[in-house]
Write a protein that binds this ligand. Structure first.
Ligand code: HEM
Length: 235
């Protein structure tokens, strides 16, 4: 498939309506990938996904740039790919080298959930939402506060807490992508966050980001970390 700079794929949108996953469908610890599968942009059963299929969906339907998608996807296949494919549930693999990590925004740590780290947890998500200061939107500062909270909570309460530089980088990167992909006017509406995390579908009227590049990701991550640092300094 080559470098897939742009594909024009998925032209017949009528084929890509939301369908909730069945009990045997494979789903992941990533709400974005589950959303793509629930709409059929990834195989609806979540199995046998090639990097090319994931790359096309991440670019065309989420709006990651070619390089941003490539870097994330390469890491996924390096850690859990088998014979060039993966199933979404493979991404819940929990180990020092895995993409899955403790201290997530919407999933409980592996050791504290009887290995349910791939599954959405309503209580945890409600906690995330509770960081909204106005009850309507999550701002960069709110998400930074939530990120700090969940990390500290895992550190304090998970005796098998697994942390390293990759996990540290991942938590800020994921939250930055979240803030920039779902964001409208600099904040995520709680209604949109609920659709994305609880239903694993796209927010109403959602349009993909034009092309979220590596430099944008770096500066978004820096902004989120700066917000977190300011919060820590105020404490
Ligand atoms: C392109 C390929 C992608 C791969 C392979 C991937 C993989 C993953 C994995 C393995 C996790 C679990 C980390 C954890 O333990 O919390 C995760 C979490 C997450 N991903 Fe993705 N992801 C991808 C794209 C995206 C995109 C485009 C978004 C955009 C919104 C996104 C948003 C998130 C968020 C917000 C989380 C954190 C969930 C939480 O903390 O509860 N991901 N991703």
């Amino acid at each position: 498939m080559g470098n897939l700079k742009s594909t024009g794929a998925f032209s017949d949108e009528s084929k890509y309506k939301y369908e909730a996953p069945g009990p045997n469908d494979s789903r992941s610890s990533c709400p974005a990938l589950n959303t793509l599968a629930n709409h059929g942009y990834l195989p609806r059963d979540g199995n046998n996904i090639t990097p090319e299929v994931l790359q096309r969906a991440a670019q065309e339907k989420i709006g990651l740039s070619w390089l941003t998608a490539k870097i994330i996807i390469r890491q996924a296949y390096k850690t859990v790919g088998k014979n060039g494919v993966l199933s979404l549930s493979d991404l819940s693999y929990h180990a020092p080298e895995s993409m899955e990590h403790d201290g997530s925004l919407s999933r409980v740590d592996a050791a504290l959930s009887n290995n349910q780290q791939g599954k959405f947890n309503q209580e945890r998500f409600n906690k995330l939402v509770s960081f909204s200061k106005d009850g309507e939107f999550l701002t960069t500062e709110d998400v930074a506060a939530a990120r700090l909270y969940f990390k500290a909570d895992s550190q304090a309460n998970n005796p098998q807490y697994l942390w390293n530089n990759d996990a540290e980088a991942a938590i800020w990167t994921e939250a930055s992508i979240l803030l920039h992909i779902l964001v409208k006017r600099g904040r995520i509406s709680i209604e949109d966050a609920k659709l994305f995390f609880e239903e694993e579908t796209f927010p109403h009227g959602w349009q993909k980001y034009p092309s979220f590049g590596v430099l944008e990701l770096r500066s978004a991550t820096k902004a989120l970390k700066n917000a977190a640092r300011e919060l820590e300094e105020r404490q």
